[in-house]
Write a new protein. Structure first.
Ligand code: PGA
Length: 240
């Protein structure tokens, strides 16, 4: 794994944007795997600003997102589809029909997993952007998730519910289930870019980079990927 340590969040985001921009420059019809959460916001701001200034165009780009809360859709400002529109898609020249995310409001969640999995099998990510949970999760693949997992419904870990409660009015409002890409779907990406900032990620980053490759630390599977880059700030790199 290639590791880039930056002085702060803004330079982490700048480096991340350089990586994404290079992928699009090489292939203007690339498939971008995208993540939600606070970590990639600086990257998304740079993508939006550059596109707004007439820089990189997303007219031929397709995107696939990692996950979505069960029960939430575009009408909820806590949903990931809403997050992606507000923080990125609304500011790009991307075609809405080229942005894909699992439907958290599907009546049959298992059928929705199968549909999304089939979609992913037909469009391999040229680059997959990831954050990391303080418990070492990637997407909503919580500790113990098999490396062979494909798109599935998950019960969120207590630590994830606590971490994400800051984004909801009350902890009770955080959905307990989600649909997520599995680890196998993530590992299929041609290139992986994992971002981390802040001291609360230091232990997870240590497991990602130098821990045992174990399903107890889902991010550790990335040690097996042939083209994975970690970009993190000094605080998140404190234990590596
Ligand atoms: P964060 O979430 O970017 O909001 O810290 C990362 C994650 O849980 O994967």
């Amino acid at each position: 794994m290639k590791v880039i340590i930056t002085k702060d969040y803004e330079s982490m985001s700048e480096k991340a944007y350089e990586e994404v921009r290079a992928v699009i420059a090489e292939n203007p019809a690339a498939v971008l795997g995208l993540a939600t959460g606070t970590t990639p916001l600086g990257l998304y701001r740079r993508m939006a600003d550059d596109c707004g200034r007439g820089g990189i165009s997303y007219k031929k780009i397709r995107t696939v997102n990692l996950d979505e809360y069960a029960g939430l859709g575009a009408d909820s400002d806590q949903s990931y589809v809403y997050f992606m529109r507000k923080n990125l898609f609304d500011h790009l020249d991307i075609l809405p029909e080229n942005t894909f995310i699992a439907n958290g409001k599907a009546e049959d969640l298992e059928a929705e997993c199968a549909r999304y999995n089939a979609l992913l099998e037909g469009m391999r990510q040229d680059i997959q952007v990831l954050g990391i949970g303080s418990n070492g999760h990637i997407a909503f693949n919580e500790p113990g998730t098999p490396f062979s997992s494909t798109v599935h419904v998950v019960d969120l870990a207590e630590s994830t519910i606590r971490d994400n409660a800051r984004l909801f009015a009350r902890e009770e409002d955080v959905p307990r289930k989600a649909i997520t890409m599995g680890l196998k779907n993530i590992m299929r990406a041609k290139k992986i870019l994992i971002l981390a900032n802040g001291a609360n990620k230091a232990r997870a980053v240590c497991g990602l980079v130098k821990g045992e490759v174990t399903e107890a630390v889902p991010a550790s599977v990335l040690q097996l990927h042939p083209d994975c880059t970690l970009i993190c700030d000094r605080d998140a790199a404190a234990m590596i």
